[in-house]
Design a protein around this ligand. Structure first.
Ligand SMILES: C[S@@+](CC[C@H](N)C(=O)[O-])C[C@H]1O[C@@H](n2cnc3c(N)ncnc32)[C@H](O)[C@@H]1O
Length: 247
């Protein structure tokens, strides 16, 4: 499975960027994308300046083909409240709609694959929560518009579950999860789940530690690709609309 990485500098260390409970409220009203700074203290403490829409668009245009494929994975290790991930999701869902707008089951499945392809880490809990909610709101709004009476709450629960696993409150430098104050939880390494459809409606989830994924020599090319995929933690197979009860 091809994945895509973009690189950037975070706290003087080069780390990969590219390819928890979800609060149910509309973050689109909570957050204005054009707002780049939340507070001076946060800029000083965490270097938190969000990328504006124009730069996000220009960067994603460099990898525009990958942004169209629902299963092309992107990992952003300092995702903030999700400006890049949101824009990638919108591009992917535009393409899924173009192909499957009149086949509701296919739209549902492909849109779930698309949201499952996006991964993020941020050290600030509020950013992680905003990111999850922004992604959910975009997915759900389009789901309702396209699938109408064929929408199901099971699909929504699966998407919430995927977002809780994929958008992680963690430290991308130490590769550990963090508590609500940003302190490392030393016994909780960041774990990412690879989601893939293995038959008509069966979805497989395989968990890998972030540390092992980064340790791969070819991690600038692919994530979850082929045999040597990092330390395998767990594996689950279930219907794509029944992810949560089965882990
Ligand atoms: C410059 S902002 C960029 C946010 C987002 N990527 C964007 O372009 O809008 C940097 C982000 O990195 C996060 N951050 C800082 N140190 C971090 C660390 N060690 N691990 C994970 N995230 C971190 C901050 O909370 C902040 O959201």
């Amino acid at each position: 499975m091809i994945c895509f990485f973009i690189y950037f500098w975070l706290n003087s260390r080069r780390i990969g960027l590219q390819d928890v409970e979800l609060p149910i409220c509309s973050v689109s009203k909570m957050f204005n994308m054009s707002k780049q700074i939340k507070s001076k203290a946060r800029v000083e403490e965490r270097g938190e300046v969000f990328t504006n829409e124009r730069e996000v668009t220009a960067m994603l245009d460099l990898v525009s083909a990958e942004c169209l494929r629902p299963d092309s994975r992107f990992l952003e290790p300092a995702c903030g409240n999700g400006n890049f991930l949101v824009a990638i999701l919108e591009r992917k869902l535009d393409e899924v709609k173009r192909k499957y707008r009149s086949a509701h089951r296919d739209y549902e499945k492909q849109s779930i694959i698309a949201i499952g392809s996006l991964y993020g880490v941020d050290i600030m809990k509020d950013n992680v929560e905003e990111c999850r909610v922004r992604l959910f709101d975009i997915w759900d709004k389009r789901y309702k518009t396209i699938c109408k009476k064929d929408c199901s709450d099971e699909a929504r629960e699966s998407v919430r579950f995927i977002l809780r696993r994929n958008i992680v409150c963690g430290n991308a430098l130490t590769l550990n999860c963090v508590d609500e104050n940003g302190n490392d939880l030393l016994d909780q390494p960041i774990v990412f789940s690879e989601w893939s459809m293995i038959s008509g409606t069966q979805m497989q989830r395989r968990d890998f530690t972030f540390a092992e994924l980064l340790a791969r020599k070819d991690n600038d090319v692919a994530l979850f690709n082929g045999e040597a995929e990092g330390k395998f933690v767990d594996r689950y197979i279930t219907h794509y609309k029944n992810l949560q009860p089965n882990g």
